[in-house]
Design a protein around this ligand. Structure first.
Ligand code: GDP
Length: 363
């Protein structure tokens, strides 16, 4: 699963990307187009349930769930026509599972704004318009092909034609496909097109150092806009987070206390991105490692097991599952088993967030 960071130039994408991934590869400089090649990084998803598990099961290693993050260079007006580095950005966005759009809500006369003034809603609209136009182009190309197949009696193509027309009408009213309700067969009919406005999106409001909770009216506007268009919102001061990320643990705690944050905002963003991607975690817990594994909400136990190793999905026999509450009550897996609380679940079981499990696999 991967998320792509997008945003206009100079909104703080690279600063945020670097802080999130602690990668030195992405440049951060005060001029447009400083990031040309997309950079990839890994973000771990902090989860305090890991710590709670390790109070009872002491492992050699603790491994949180992780996400891949791609820093996609600054999109500009006209990208759909190949303006700026247009087409390249768009093809990168097509490949990600979710979009994280950084919008500038901080004022700083030293940092140039490409459109001249700080207006996050205008920034959101600029990017959304490009993505809407690009999706319309994709659908236009697909429509001709689907119509030809439909004429020769292909039933699936007939469905595709009708879904494409439905999507087009929605896009023409300047609405992202995210807000169009399609049934599973309809979604499936167009799933291979990589439609960008259908992807889940998280707006990251890059706020001022003295507005960490995002009380500024501009941030409120972003929240209202997101509520209408099916997006999530998280606040961060990228510059401050970049500084916090570089500190050692003791200094970090002190700095967080100074600025009045309970934890780095990066943690919140990582969790929000995870949620935006439709992911939850189950845990495996043993002496070697206690580890969180991401799975798509609604996955069956074999599908969730397949996250550990693709073989596990096909060779799945059953899962033995208990909860963190059981662990906290009975203190060990042995006692959970003795109390008859270790559940055996079969192939149809829908994995639940927070399940702690063993999978029994055919050799
Ligand atoms: P990008 O073009 O979107 O990748 O933007 P960068 O991350 O390169 O940031 C552009 C400039 O804005 C740099 O000079 C950053 O130091 C500055 N910047 C980024 N985030 C913040 C912030 O939260 N507050 C302030 N004041 N400046 C920031």
């Amino acid at each position: 699963m991967e998320a792509g960071i997008v945003g206009l130039p100079n909104v703080g994408k690279s600063t945020l990307f670097n802080a999130l991934t602690c990668s030195v590869a992405a440049q951060s400089a005060n001029y447009p187009f400083c990031t040309i090649e997309p950079n990839e990084g890994i973000v771990s998803v902090p989860d305090d349930r890991l710590k709670r598990i390790t109070e009872f099961i002491v492992p050699q290693k603790i491994i949180p769930a992780a996400l891949k993050l791609v820093d996609i260079a600054g999109i500009v007006k006209g990208a759909a026509e190949g303006e700026g580095l247009g087409n390249k950005f768009l093809s990168h966005i097509r490949q990600v599972d979710a979009i994280m759009q950084v919008v500038r809500c901080f004022e700083d006369p030293d940092v140039t704004h490409v459109a001249g003034n700080v207006d996050p809603i205008a920034d959101i609209d600029t990017i959304e318009t490009e993505l809407v136009l690009a999706d319309m182009q994709t659908l236009e190309n697909a429509l001709g092909k689907a119509q030809r197949s439909a004429r020769s009696g292909d039933k699936e193509a007939l469905l595709r034609v009708s879904v494409i027309e439905k999507c087009n009408a929605h896009l023409e009213s300047e609405q992202p496909l995210r807000t169009l309700t399609l049934n599973p067969a309809e979604s499936n009919a167009i799933s291979s097109y990589g439609l960008m406005t259908a992807k889940p999106i998280l707006y990251v409001a890059n706020v001022d150092e003295n507005d960490l909770e995002g009380k500024h009216p501009l941030v409120e506007k972003v929240r209202a806009h997101a509520a209408k268009s099916g997006a999530g919102v998280a606040c961060v001061c990228a510059k401050l987070e970049a500084e916090i990320a570089e500190l050692d643990e003791a200094d970090r705690a002190e700095m967080l206390a100074d600025v009045g944050l309970a934890e780095p905002s990066l943690n919140v963003i990582a969790r929000e991105t995870y949620r935006t991607l439709g992911l939850q975690s189950y845990f495996t817990a043993g002496e070697k490692e206690v580890r969180a594994w991401p799975f798509a909400i609604g996955s069956t136990a074999p599908q969730a097991a397949g996250v550990i190793h693709s073989d596990f999905e096909h060779k799945f026999i059953r899962a033995e599952i208990y909860s963190l509450a059981d662990l906290e009550e009975y203190k060990s897996e042995k006692e959970i088993r003795a109390a008859g609380k270790l559940r055996a679940e079969g192939k149809a079981y829908i994995m639940q967030d927070g399940d702690i499990c063993h999978f029994l696999i055919n050799p």
